[in-house]
Design a protein around this ligand. Structure first.
Ligand code: UDX
Ligand code: UDX
Length: 460
């Protein structure tokens, strides 16, 4: 028999782990189990060295672990025990067959549904936490309710909006929690059960309830709109580099308009992360599927603009370093897809490193948290051309250029005079995040190439 006060999450990833830890912290009267098929991941969640780096997460996990928060590989027993089951397994872009390169690969998610069906011996609420195509909950409900044992499953969609690097703060104080459910009496009761959990710490007016399809679609749309803002400002950064306009000034001027708002308008080397590209391509696929080619093409352009921005950055490096980087050491500061995370999924640094490697550059990489991941991401490249460095000064020594690819705060505090003194001259900095003091770097002797601004160069 399951307990109404036991929650299970299948999938102990970047989303499942932190989300469940927060629920455990805020709802001490619930037992929260996080289960994953990967034994190493579970062992890490049970250790002092958690599998993901996220500011503030250690305290939350350590405060609840062993009390009302448990990590296990025994998915099947946990299915029996829990009344509410969150599914947060990965749903990557499908790389085979129909919809290849765009649609979501739902095989893990469907396997999980069938597993729930096999091991459940009473009614349950199943909550989609993974981002899934619109109407996926319907398919899950059909699989689950196809049982001949009289078991009833209510399927809810509860997409997660946390961003990496700020996951704990986002979970503690979200702009909104979204819960989609069926408009049947048992669907409404299931929604209420989930509302009751979140209401332990989130004001009721921030808990939005919708139908299932709206909740699923909202997640895709939120990510598509955020990414679209970055691609829009990045497209203008290309324009600024051709003229004497300055992207920081343009961005400041437009963000002062309260209708536009201030966030997600920082020009960059491109967006990364496990969600933006995957979710937009999923949206594109769904639009094509529903015969809306114009809509599909509109959103696909957001991804294409991002790829253009990454490529453009490498072209700028190449053109300004006298059209060759072969055999030149290039220091890469930052490999994570954003600051305050060790995650490198879809990081622009991967693609940029690959392009520079094709040009036969010698890469010296330093990131405060993502070195292990960087090594995995670049494992297929000729390792004799890559150095993984313990500190930025080691990476910059004898380098011709420093490339800033992640917006880590500590990059601003380095001793750039010392870095310059150790580099080959002329020395270049390509600031792919516009976080450094460009004037100051120029004054001490660097040739500085920001994003979307005129370069400051001593070369005539
Ligand atoms: C996940 C989804 O990938 C994404 O679609 C959604 O937007 C948020 O949740 P994330 O937590 O970042 O993202 O994924 P990941 O870190 O890859 O974790 C998924 C976990 O599920 C892995 O630890 C994997 O071992 C586990 N898993 C996968 C299972 O336990 N069972 C399976 O059958 C498949
Ligand atoms: C995103 C969404 O923000 C979150 O709501 C969703 O749940 C998951 O996807 P995440 O990918 O973790 O979160 O990080 P986010 O802060 O959105 O950054 C994504 C990428 O955009 C990063 O590479 C970041 O550096 C880049 N970015 C962000 C910019 O280039 N410019 C900006 O102005 C903002």
């Amino acid at each position: 028999m399951s307990s109404k006060k036991t929650i299970l999450c299948i999938g102990a990833g970047y989303v499942g782990g932190p989300t469940m830890a927060m629920i455990a912290k805020k709802c001490p009267d619930y037992k929260v189990i996080v289960a994953d098929i990967n034994p190493q991941r579970i062992a890490e969640w049970n250790s002092d060295d958690l599998p993901i780096y996220e500011p503030g997460l250690d305290e939350v996990v350590k405060g609840a672990r062993g009390k009302n928060l448990f990590f296990t590989t025994d998915v099947n027993s946990a299915i029996k025990e829990a009344y509410i089951i969150f599914v947060s397994v990965n749903t990557p872009t499908k790389m085979f067959g129909h919809g290849r390169g765009k649609a979501s690969n739902l095989q893990y998610w469907e396997k999980t549904a069938r597993n729930i069906l096999t091991y459940a011996d009473d009614d349950k609420i199943v909550v989609e936490k993974s981002t899934l195509p619109v109407r996926a909950a319907d398919a899950m409900a059909k699989i689950l309710n196809s049982n001949t044992r009289g078991l009833k499953f209510d399927v809810l969609s509860n997409p997660e909006f946390l961003a990496e690097g700020t996951a704990v703060a986002d979970l503690e104080n979200p702009d909104r929690v979204l819960i989609g459910g069926m408009e049947t009496p048992s669907g409404k009761a299931a929604v209420q059960s989930l509302v009751d959990i979140y209401a332990n710490w989130i004001p009721r007016e921030r808990i939005l309830t919708t139908n299932v399809w709206s909740a699923e679609l909202s997640k895709l749309v939120a990510n598509a709109l955020l990414a679209q803002r970055i691609s829009s400002i990045n497209s203008i950064s290309a324009f600024c580099e051709k003229t004497s306009a300055n992207i920081t000034e343009v961005s400041r001027a437009v963000r002062a308009d309260s209708r536009i708002g201030s966030k997600f308008l920082n020009a960059s080397v491109g967006f990364g992360g496990s969600c933006f590209k995957k979710d937009i391509l999923n949206l594109v696929y769904l639009c094509e599927y529903h015969n809306l080619p114009e809509v599909a093409e509109y959103w696909e352009q957001v991804v294409k603009m991002n790829e253009y921005q990454e490529k453009r950055f490498v072209m700028r490096v190449l053109e300004n370093m006298f059209n060759t980087v072969a055999d030149k050491k290039i220091a890469i500061f930052g490999f994570a897809f954003k600051a305050d995370t060790g995650d490198t999924r879809e990081s622009p640094a991967i693609y940029i490193s690959q392009l520079l490697h094709e040009e036969k550059a010698k890469l010296a990489i330093y990131d405060p948290k993502a070195m292990k991941e960087a090594k995995k991401d670049l494992a297929d490249l000729d390792q004799s051309l890559i150095e993984y460095c313990k500190c930025p000064y080691e990476a910059a020594k004898d380098a011709h250029a420093v490339l800033i690819l992640t917006e880590w705060k500590e990059f601003k505090d380095y001793d750039y005079a010392k870095i310059l003194a150790s580099m080959t001259k002329p020395a270049f900095i390509f600031d792919g995040r516009n976080i450094l003091d460009h004037e100051a770097l120029y004054k001490i002797g660097f040739n500085v190439f920001p994003i979307g601004k005129v370069a400051l160069t001593h070369l005539k």
